[in-house]
Design a binder for this molecule. Structure first.
Ligand SMILES: Cc1ncc(COP(=O)(O)O)c(C=O)c1O
Length: 391
């Protein structure tokens, strides 16, 4: 018997936003009733050039006319994958000359953890309290939010989390450590920016003990913080970078970037050490190339910084407890989780999309498209101010 109003789609929470979005263009989403929403989070840092950017759309359409999927990643020579890999190693430190494509951020971290164990022949993976590295068993084992982990124990052995931005605790890294996995700026902990000294000491400690420094740039990478990668703010170089979210311009795509001699560990003992059917989707690769051309354009990253500074100055005029930001990645701290909930829903009512953080209920995020129109940036600030007045 047909159940009236039955929706078989199970949502990931009991209180999803539930917007029925039927189209999107530039900085805006449109719902089924024609209401317009300014996307001030870029779909959690995926739609970093807004929605339906013409260059990205054209690249996807052109590739669609050729092929959209032909074979599991790595078996065929596919020009979109080769071209995106070449474009990526142009923007990373010189020793990172190898790229391995996957499809989600969790999967990229999962593979990076396996790679580090395989390459170093050591077991221990150290990461940081407050971090978020994904929802699969390995990436969850590395994540630092106990509340999100405890229901799924036992998780993987050989993982430990230490306090973030606390140089003293780096002593925990030792000769048995295979890798340290870190977000150079913690995202879901509420935009936590470590000191340059901490990051340099972390780099030094990894080098000293022969363990790999894996920097998770899944949320912060590709211009979000005003530099191509967040680690560039600290004048250090990683051994491995993981990328996801924005990489495929809205098409699922992730990657590990590492030296070829490390990445090639996946080729033997066992052969096919990490395989991924949908890794390196050619539509995502073409979209990724089109996106990188824009990010590499003269002055683009400077403009992200300038917009970030303007936004920060305006938000600091409002009575937030704290404004934490880098580039166009913001956490706005309030007095309580309840206030945050009310604020996010007030914004939504006014046609502005903001969102909370997984590991910081007292803050909410804003991460507008990097190419947001100036008038839309101003509109967002106005709506935040009005939403705050209605608390
Ligand atoms: C820093 C970081 N790493 C990993 C992930 C997991 O990515 P995905 O949801 O694509 O598996 C996320 C997602 O929010 C993230 O922010």
């Amino acid at each position: 018997m047909e159940r009236k109003n039955f929706n078989p789609l199970v949502s990931s929470s009991r209180s999803p936003l539930g917007l029925e979005i039927i189209s999107a263009q530039g900085d805006f989403l449109f719902d089924a009733k024609g209401k317009k929403f300014l996307d001030f989070i870029s779909g959690i840092s995926v739609s970093n050039l807004g929605h339906r950017h013409p260059n990205i759309n054209d690249a996807i359409k052109d590739q669609l006319e050729k092929h959209s999927f032909v074979m599991v990643f790595g078996e065929y020579h596919q020009t979109p994958q080769v071209d995106l890999a070449k474009a990526l190693i142009q923007i990373t430190p010189a020793n990172l000359d190898g790229v391995y494509f996957l499809s989600t951020g969790s999967e990229a971290n999962e593979a990076a953890i396996k790679l580090a164990r395989r390459y170093t022949k050591k077991k221990e993976i150290i990461s940081f309290q407050g971090s978020y590295h994904g929802s699969t068993m390995g990436s969850l084992s590395a994540s630092g939010n106990e509340k999100r982990k405890s229901a799924f124990r036992p998780l993987l052995p050989g993982f430990a989390q230490i306090p973030f931005n606390d140089s003293h605790c780096l002593k925990r890294i030792n000769k048995d450590t295979a890798a340290v996995l870190v977000e150079a700026i913690q995202g879901d902990a509420g935009v936590r920016i470590p000191s340059a000294d901490f990051m340099k000491e972390l780099r030094g400690r990894c080098t000293e003990f022969g363990c790999l420094l894996i920097i998770d740039e899944i949320q912060t990478g590709l211009g979000r913080t005003g530099k191509m990668f967040a680690f560039e703010h600290f004048d250090i170089e990683p051994d491995i970078i993981t990328l996801g979210k924005a990489l495929g311009g809205g098409i699922p795509l992730s990657a590990i970037i590492a030296p070829q001699n490390i990445l090639s560990s996946f080729q033997s003992h066992p052969e096919l050490g990490h395989i991924s059917t949908h890794g390196g989707n050619p539509l995502g690769c073409r979209a990724g190339i089109a996106q990188l051309e824009i990010l590499n354009g003269e002055g683009f990253l400077n403009s992200v910084d300038q917009k970030g500074e303007y936004l920060r100055a305006e938000l600091e005029k409002l009575p937030f407890k704290e404004v934490r930001s880098k580039g166009l990645f913001f956490a706005l701290e309030m007095n309580s989780a309840e206030e945050v909930q009310k604020m996010v829903s007030n914004c939504l009512e006014k046609g502005l999309i903001t969102f909370w953080f997984l590991s910081n209920p007292q803050s909410f995020r804003i991460a507008p498209p990097l190419n947001i129109e100036e008038e839309n940036l101003k509109l967002g600030i106005k709506l935040i101010s009005e939403a705050m007045q209605d608390l």
